[in-house]
Design a protein around this ligand. Sequence first.
Ligand SMILES: [Mg+2]
Length: 365
Amino acid sequence: MEKLTISAIKADIGAVGGHTKPSKEVLEEVIKTVKSNKDIIEDFYVGFCGDDIHIIMTHFNGINNPKVHKIAFDAFLNATEIAKNQGLYGAGQDILKTAFSGNIKGMGPGIAEMEFVERPNEAVIVFPADKTEPGAFNLPLYYAFIEVSRSPGLILSPSMRKGVKFVIMDVSYTEKDKIIELYTPENYIDIASLLFNPHRFVVESIWLRENNEPIVSVSTTRLHNIAGRYVGKDDPIMIVRAQKPFLATEEICSVFAIAHYVGGDTRGSHNMALMPVKLNSQASTYLCNPMVSCIVMSIKNGKITSYIDGFDDPIFDEIRRKASEKSFYMREQGFIMPAMLPMEEIEYTALKEKIEELEKKFTTR
Ligand SMILES: [Mg+2]
């Protein structure tokens, strides 16, 4: 059976009047470029979450395919020209290299990919997020794939009962991808011990233990590792396969009801509550509250036959209120940690340099 690949590629190439959302013209240009390459791919979906544009492509070319990666890269590059002409803020900010070298990894845009034999009713959920980092998915994934009290499928599904493999990446290591493979149920304390630090250890993928089928894929780019300087947080995107033999769609989406605190927000330097938002939401001008959106789709013969907005229902209106409240509470304490991230995660150097200068003036008595 031919394997289908889903490639979800995202980039911030400029937004209106700050880090808000892309312009209509920029989006149209992205769609135009992707459409003109329809001979390479089966189908596509383009949208945005805050200032990040995501291109989701289905195709039969496998993961890390240069032709497919180039479609996204060209789309972002062409649209960057429009963003520059419109004076959009941060035009081309995630395009760190302009000469395409065969793989979009390491060039700036974030990418999550997954390859599998399509089920008769393939249910796939894509979660694009903004104003946060890939480790933002650590806690939701822990709850969905390890914590039985939040995820009934872990005891009700015969396949899920056999456990999963977590592939966790140490994103502090910059030379190569450095990963560890751990298995549920027996390694769950070790998994938790790593997920504890979402700035360093990030779930890269999850696989069904029973047959090694891929279930989850998360973009794990660290932009500052590529650029060598702060160029914005690494707003992530995640692909999850749902329904039999995996978890139910609602078991996966409901773990975002925690609205847990994640790193990101203004200047990528704060902790605020991750808010599940509707598709194509602009970023909040309230200190760039972190956000995640949810595209729930059906795929048949490689085509995205239909999709719904996974966070567009009254329950998630309540979660949005809860997230607002949690963020307000955190912001009440201004710049004092944990409202602001620890120094090693603040990627502006001015504060660090000033502290180093003041350290020299300390005296002992
Ligand atoms: Mg962004």
